[in-house]
Design a protein around this ligand. Structure first.
Ligand SMILES: Nc1ncnc2c1ncn2[C@@H]1O[C@H](COP(=O)(O)OP(=O)(O)OP(=O)(O)O)[C@@H](O)[C@H]1O
Length: 206
């Protein structure tokens, strides 16, 4: 599902001043395309991902998922589309400590088979019955990635999905992102990771 941001402005108020983070920012990610959103810390990458997911309403500009314009669509309908078609992992992705690793992935939907396959591909097969509260930060990050991909979404939006990972674990995540684009999903990922930028079809600098 193509995601398009068109002429987006976002301004935050800080210490009594308005700071414009996004200024007429536009991007479009096509089906089957893997795009990395790069830029220095504080440049607005997370903000752009939040706008693309409809988590943050821009001050100006239009966001579209396919032919759905977010500002003109009710929250209930947006929620339905998110549930069926969008795989999202925030920078601080929520992992439920009291659920097992596999139950955490199943929260994202998808078949049991697909969830197991993702755990395997992301190097987590040995952890599937463990409570998520007992696994490491990097393992939690991969659980969040697996959950976002479990339903084979047609749009993938992630914020720094390899930030807590070493190169070997990051490579597993990157491979799954390439795989998602390969089966036709639009993939947009905010990142600082040079390996991820290298793997992307296109890098947009903020
Ligand atoms: N709700 C908010 N209120 C005020 N300022 C905010 C808010 N959210 C973000 N900002 C500011 O907007 C700027 C952009 O933030 P954002 O998180 O989008 O950057 P980023 O490029 O993702 O950074 P990083 O690479 O460090 O994660 C930062 O200076 C941040 O402090």
């Amino acid at each position: 599902m193509i995601v398009a941001l068109d002429g987006i402005d976002v301004t935050f108020r800080r210490a009594g001043n308005d700071i414009q983070i996004l200024n007429s920012f536009s991007l479009e990610v096509d089906d089957g395309e893997f795009v990395a959103l790069a830029g220095r810390s504080g440049s607005g990458k997370s903000t752009a991902i939040a706008v693309a997911y409809g988590r943050r309403k821009p001050d100006r500009g239009v966001t579209r998922w396919g032919d759905v314009e977010l500002a003109e669509t009710g929250e209930k309908e947006l929620q339905k589309i998110r549930k069926t078609s969008i795989g999202f992992a925030a920078q601080d992705a929520l992992v439920f400590d009291d659920l097992s690793v596999s139950a955490n992935v199943k929260v994202g939907g998808g078949t049991d088979e697909r969830c197991s396959e993702l755990l395997e591909s992301l190097g987590l097969a040995g952890f599937s019955t463990m409570k998520a509260g007992r696994i490491s930060g990097g393992e939690r990050q991969r659980v969040a990635v697996a959950r976002a991909l479990a339903k084979d979404p047609s749009l993938v939006l992630m914020d720094e999905p390899t930030a807590s990972l070493d190169a070997a674990a990051a490579a597993l995540v990157i491979e799954q992102l390439c795989h998602a684009a390969g089966r036709g999903a639009a993939v947009l990922v905010a990142t600082h990771d040079a390996l991820l930028e290298e793997a992307a079809d296109r890098v947009i600098e903020l």
